[in-house]
Ligand binder design. Structure first.
Ligand code: KMH
Ligand code: ZN
Length: 272
C-alpha cells in the first residue's frame, strides 16, 4: 500500500480574484480552505499568504497569523513557500522559515516564468537549504526543469539536505518544462532510489498529470495556485472541490489517501 499524498496549493502568488472569485486571501479564509481541503483528502497545504487586498507577501507576521488560524482548525501538514513571487529578494522569501514550519519549498534553479525570471542562483539554494537544515524544516525540492534535479542532488552531496528526499515536479509553467507524460517520466527516472515525488500540472494539465501520478505511484498537487478550472470553461467552486476529485480518482485506482500523520512518517518531518 502506497497512500497518495494530496497537496493543496490553495493561494499561490499569481492567481487573482478577478480570475477566480473564490481565491482565499485572508488568514481566516486560507484556514477555512485548508480545513475543507483536509476534509476532502489533502494531507499537505502548500502555503502562500496575501495582504488583505490580495497582494502576495512573505511577511513573517502574516504567515504566523495564517499558520495559527490553520492550526486552530486542522492537523494538515503546513508547507510554507520560500518561492514567494518573482522579484522578491532572498531575504523576503526566507521570512517564514523563522517560524520553524514543518516543511518548506526549495526551488532548485533559475527559470523563466511567464515574461519574468524566477531567480534561484546556487548561492541562494545553499543559503535556503542551510537555513532549513539548521531549523529542522523538511524541504520539498521544486523542480521546474529536469536539470534542477541535479542541482538538488548537489545540495544532498554537499550535506545540506539529508534523506528522505521529496520532489515536486511543477510542469507546464510557460518558460519551464512542459507537462507531458514523457517529461514526467523523464523526471521520475532521474530520481535517486528511495525518493518520493509529487506533480503539479499547471492549468489544464493539472488533472491528467495528477491522474498519471496516481497510476505511476507518485503523489499529486492540486489547487488554485496552479489551476482555477474544474473543467474547460468551468471555474472550480473551491480548492476542496479539486482535492475531492483527486481523492476520488486515487481511491478508484486502489490507492488510499494519505493522512497528515502518514506524511509526517513518510517524509521524516520532525515532531512539533
Ligand atoms: N510563485 C512562484 C514564482 C514556491 O512556492 O516555492 C514560485 C512558487 C514556488 O510558487
Ligand atoms: Zn508556491
Amino acid at each position: 500500500m502506497n497512500p497518495v499524498i494530496i497537496t493543496a496549493a490553495m493561494v499561490g502568488a499569481e492567481t487573482t480574484r478577478a480570475a477566480q472569485p473564490n481565491l482565499p486571501y485572508t488568514p481566516e479564509e486560507i484556514a477555512e480552505a485548508a480545513a475543507a481541503c483536509r476534509e476532502a483528502g489533502a494531507s499537505i497545504c502548500h502555503l502562500h499568504v496575501r495582504t488583505d487586498d490580495g497582494q502576495p507577501t512573505q511577511d513573517k507576521e502574516r504567515f504566523r497569523e495564517t499558520i495559527a488560524a490553520i492550526r486552530r482548525r486542522t492537523d494538515i501538514v503546513i508547507q510554507v513557500s520560500t518561492g514567494g513571487a518573482v522579484g522578491m529578494t532572498a531575504e523576503e522569501r526566507m521570512q517564514p522559515l523563522e517560524l520553524n514550519p514543518e516543511m518548506a519549498t526549495l526551488t532548485c534553479g533559475t527559470v523563466n516564468f511567464g515574461n519574468d525570471v524566477f531567480w534561484n542562483p546556487p548561492s541562494l539554494l545553499r543559503t535556503f537549504a542551510g537555513e532549513m537544515q539548521a531549523r529542522g524544516v523538511r524541504p520539498e525540492f521544486e523542480i521546474f526543469e529536469v536539470g534542477m534535479i541535479a542541482n538538488a542532488m548537489r545540495l544532498v552531496s554537499e550535506g545540506l539536505v539529508a534523506p528522505p528526499l521529496h520532489f515536486d515536479f511543477v510542469l507546464g509553467v510557460p518558460g519551464g518544462l512542459p507537462a507531458t507524460p514523457e517529461n514526467l517520466l523523464r523526471c521520475v527516472h532521474s530520481l535517486p532510489e528511495g525518493a518520493t515525488w509529487t506533480v503539479a500540472g499547471v492549468g489544464r494539465h493539472q488533472l491528467p498529470m495528477g491522474a498519471l501520478a496516481v497510476v505511476l505511484g507518485g503523489h499529486v498537487r492540486v489547487g488554485f495556485e496552479d489551476n482555477i478550472y474544474y473543467r474547460k470553461g468551468e471555474l472550480a467552486e473551491s480548492n476542496a472541490q479539486l482535492v475531492e476529485r483527486m481523492a476520488r480518482i486515487a481511491r478508484e485506482l486502489d490507492r488510499p489517501v494519505a493522512t497528515p500523520d502518514d506524511v509526517r512518517a513518510l517524509l521524516g518531518i520532525r515532531s512539533q
